[in-house]
Design a protein around this ligand. Structure first.
Ligand code: NAP
Length: 334
């Protein structure tokens, strides 16, 4: 297997990874970007992005990513459609294996993002993309004049269910508790919308549909968690907004993570008030995006349980690149 030496290997090619690539390339670090299985990240599933600064008319998610990739390549980033199957961060140079090559890297920037969670029903996967969706922004417009249901109770659920009312005639909001965890302003706005019908203490047990004339959803089976009653209801589409799972499995126990599997960085520790831990505050005093392994940095949705915006991912991607550059410089000085 080919062995390639690199000063920086960046894992992931969403907003965070590509911004880190632009910055490290401009610092003459010749980054190698392993784009991962979902090259481009979550923006590839989005239509118009209206809140990325600098685009008053909005910009298509895939176009934004394509431009970021071209910008990184222009400054010398080597972008590859490869996926890290195995990593070894126990010693330097760090080792990253893909199906094509083995990379030996002085430093690593992790920007592997997060993937939308699903309910775990076989029928939900069967109809995924044919009536079941994890992205209201991407698929909402297909449901003009129709009846849809959305599962979830957080800010994403509130935001996406409100968005769906632009198109659908009725939006059932299905939540397993009797109140939303979404912020009050978003929850109030949602529940005041006459198109929204909340179904509290309710779980989706099955997705029902047909293969004729093409695969589509016709309804769901739901269970009232108080009474245990099971019933069927007719809907045209089911949306899931039940959170995201960080793509951190490949790192195993090699890096510190939150309970939910998001990577912990020094800035996250400072935020939680635990940065006084000497292992974090003394070893890497100046690198907010450092993970628990010196020389490995992380940015974007793989560390972000809160903001999850394209612009914040780009911002932390930039911070990771600057931290990485400074840290590599410090190696040469010592
Ligand atoms: P979240 O806050 O983790 O909420 C996930 C929701 O899905 C919860 O209500 C949870 O129920 C429910 N859920 C999880 N697994 C489920 C399952 N298997 N079956 C049924 N329901 C399930 O996730 P999020 O809404 O994606 O938000 C993530 C973060 O991004 C939050 O910090 C949020 O504030 C932030 N965010 C902010 C904005 C904004 O400010 N504009 C927009 C979107 C997201 P329980 O309540 O029972 O746990």
């Amino acid at each position: 297997m080919a062995i390639k030496r690199a000063q920086v290997v960046i894992l992931g090619s969403g907003c965070a990874g590509l911004t880190a690539a632009i910055y490290t390339a401009r610092a003459n670090l010749s980054p190698v970007v392993l784009e991962g299985r979902e090259a481009g990240g979550q923006l590839m599933w989005t239509t118009t992005v209206e809140n990325f600064p600098g685009f008053p008319e909005g910009v298509l998610g895939p176009d934004l990513i394509d431009n970021m990739r071209k910008q990184a390549q222009k400054f010398g980033a080597d972008t590859r459609f490869e996926h890290a199957d195995e990593v070894d961060f126990s010693k330097r140079p760090f080792v990253i294996r893909t199906s094509d090559a083995e990379y030996h890297a002085d430093s690593v920037i992790i920007a592997t993002g997060a993937t939308a969670k699903t309910l775990g029903l076989p029928s939900e996967m069967h109809f995924m993309g044919s009536g079941v969706s994890t992205c209201a922004t991407c698929d909402g417009a297909f449901y003009k004049g129709k009846v849809v249901a959305l599962v979830g109770g957080g800010d994403s659920a509130a935001e996406e269910a409100t968005f769906l009312t632009r198109f659908a005639d009725k939006v059932y909001l299905i939540h397993r508790r009797d109140r939303l965890r979404a912020s009050k302003i978003m929850a109030d706005r949602l529940l005041a919308n006459p198109k929204v019908i909340p179904l509290w203490n309710t779980a989706v047990e099955d997705v029902i549909g047909s293969e004729e004339p093409h695969r589509h959803v016709t309804g769901i089976r739901i269970k009232n968690l108080d009474s245990g009653n099971v019933s069927e209801m007719a809907i045209d589409g089911l949306f899931l907004a039940i959170g995201h799972k960080p793509n951190t499995e490949v790192f195993g126990e090699q890096l510190a993570k939150t309970e939910g599997g998001f990577l912990l960085t020094r800035s996250a520790m400072a935020w939680k008030g635990t940065a006084s831990d000497p292992a974090w505050s003394e070893t890497y005093p100046n690198y907010a995006t450092s993970t628990s392994s010196e020389g490995v940095f992380a940015c974007g949705d793989v560390v972000d349980t809160h903001y999850r915006q394209a612009i914040t991912a780009a911002g932390t991607g930039c911070a990771s690149a600057l931290d990485c550059e400074k840290w590599l410089e410090s190696l040469h000085k010592s």
